[in-house]
Design a protein around this ligand. Structure first.
Ligand code: ADP
Ligand code: MG
Length: 474
């Protein structure tokens, strides 16, 4: 059983019976999504897609990913406070990428006016794949870090019971006991709670910026529920509501429907399509306030692909985290090859290499949410088109990670049970809180494993490509 569940995957009838059991347990545990037909209502729901079996993950890599999470928290926090680095890093990108430019405009406006916020809250998720080395051994390589709206911390706490159930049905009780317990939403809520306490106003609320059509509401509710248990009230509002009913007082305290807001938690606002003119105005209002934004605009910018690429440049980690060589070494060990496409020799060289070996690279624009990256033929066409244009600076190139595929069943409403070749992506949730210059909380709070069929190059669970999974440590 080196990479999978072996003969268990061959008995079709058994797989179907197991799948029926797994789906019913998933529904009972609350592994839920609203349907694509009715994304604004919870009247009809279904299960969030998931794997029939937990996927094998080397324990050493799981431990490594956990161990480096506090370093990533510190790194993101350092980048977000370094205006010179952000400005220099994003200067070529914002000339060609309108979305990043709009975010950057808000950042500059807030800097100019003076940042009213004194407490900072980071809830992020660092994602990795397991690169197959030349000798066949797997190595942990970071795909990206999500600093805004990192999701599935709620549902990820419900899936261990489902995989334990499947293994128990097979009388594999020892194996079932190896499935790790996991509760990211509790940890994320602890971060929000800490920030709320430091804000220091007993009646102030948490404002969750929500989308009107939100299939993943149960994931968000898991965090809301944890907060309510601490007697912290959450209101869900859209950007449109903020622009109609949000206001600042003379001390730049934020009020929504006349109630003071301590923490603004964004589960919206990471894609261009989520912003109308009105929504950009609402975002600016929120950023100008002294409420604790999660993330503040600087931390959102710190999560861009361009920043990720610049962090891999020689000497940059040392500059951002001075006197911390061990932290730097841990971080760097997880970096894949990342290449700037800015105009000039370095960018020309990267393009030449990618055109010579397209299967080894991924072309990434400054986007979040899945489905935006270009691979293979599509990447070649894009590079040919962009080669001589300054527009290329709005992209980065990345080494393509090639994990070892394995067999599993991806269970989705309305699709037959069958074994497909898959690869996984591991995410670790990180939480930090900073008050002024002092980091008062820095921790990892759980994991998320997502698995997809190898024929899909891109896309997460929300994009309908990957499904929820659990690591089975080996
Ligand atoms: P997004 O912000 O849209 O989530 P990601 O950088 O996470 O962008 O890429 C989306 C998906 O594309 C990932 O979940 C992963 O499946 C795939 N992917 C991204 N980068 C790589 C890479 N370097 N090698 C292989 N697959 C990748
Ligand atoms: Mg991603």
């Amino acid at each position: 059983m080196a990479t999978g569940w072996g003969s268990l995957l061959q008995d079709e009838q058994q797989l179907e019976e197991l799948a029926r059991q797994a789906v019913d347990r998933a529904l009972a545990e609350g592994v839920l999504l609203r349907t694509s037909q009715e994304p604004s209502s919870s009247d009809v729901v279904s299960y969030a897609p998931f794997t029939l079996f937990p996927s094998l993950v080397p324990s050493a890599l799981l431990e490594q990913a956990y161990a480096v999470q506090m370093d990533f928290n510190m790194l993101v926090d350092a980048v977000s406070q370094n205006a010179a680095f952000l400005e220099q890093t994003l200067s070529s990108t914002i000339k060609r990428d309108n979305f990043t430019a709009r975010l950057f405009d808000i950042y500059k406006q807030v800097l100019k006016e003076g940042i009213a916020q004194t407490v900072f809250l980071g809830l992020n998720r660092s994602d990795y794949m397991f690169q197959r080395n030349a000798d066949g051994s797997p190595v942990l390589k970071q795909i990206e870090i999500n600093t805004i709206s990192a999701s599935f911390g709620g549902l990820a706490s419900r899936t261990p019971a489902v995989h334990r159930h499947v293994l128990n049905v097979l009388s594999k009780t020892k194996e079932a006991a190896k499935i790790l317990s996991n509760n990211p939403s509790k940890g994320l809520a602890q971060g929000i709670t800490k920030a709320w306490e430091l804000y220091g106003s007993a009646n102030a609320l948490v404002l969750l910026i929500a989308q009107e059509k939100e299939r993943n509401i149960f994931d968000q509710r898991a965090i809301e529920n944890e907060l309510l248990a601490q007697n912290i009230h959450v209101i869900r509002r859209r950007f449109e509501d903020v622009s109609e009913k949000g206001s600042l007082d003379q001390n730049r305290r934020l009020f929504m429907d006349d109630q003071e807001v301590a923490v603004v938690y964004f589960r919206d606002g990471y894609m261009p399509s989520q912003y109308s003119v009105q929504n950009w105005e609402a975002r600016l209002l929120l950023e100008r306030s002294c409420a604790i934004k999660c993330p503040d605009i600087a931390t959102q910018l710190a999560g861009t692909k361009k920043v990720q690429q610049e962090l891999s440049r020689m000497g940059v980690l040392e500059m951002l985290l001075p006197g911390q060589p061990e932290t730097v070494a841990r971080l760097r060990a997880t970096f894949a090859g990342l290449y700037s496409l800015d105009m000039g020799e370095e960018g020309d060289q990267a393009i030449t290499e990618a055109l010579a070996a397209p299967s080894q690279f991924v072309l990434k624009p400054q986007r979040e949410g899945g489905g935006n990256n270009l691979y293979g033929e599509e990447m070649v066409r894009a590079l040919e088109r962009l080669k001589d244009s300054e527009e290329r600076a709005s992209y980065i190139l990345m080494e393509k990670i090639e994990p070892e595929p394995f067999g599993n069943c991806l269970l989705r409403p309305g699709t037959p049970v069958r074994v497909v070749q898959c690869i996984s992506e591991l995410g670790i949730f990180g939480v930090y809180v900073r008050q002024g210059k002092t980091l008062v909380m820095n921790k990892h709070v759980g994991h998320l494993l997502r698995t997809k069929a190898i024929e899909h190059a891109d896309g997460g669970v929300a994009a309908g490509v990957a499904v929820l999974d659990n690591p089975y440590p080996v």
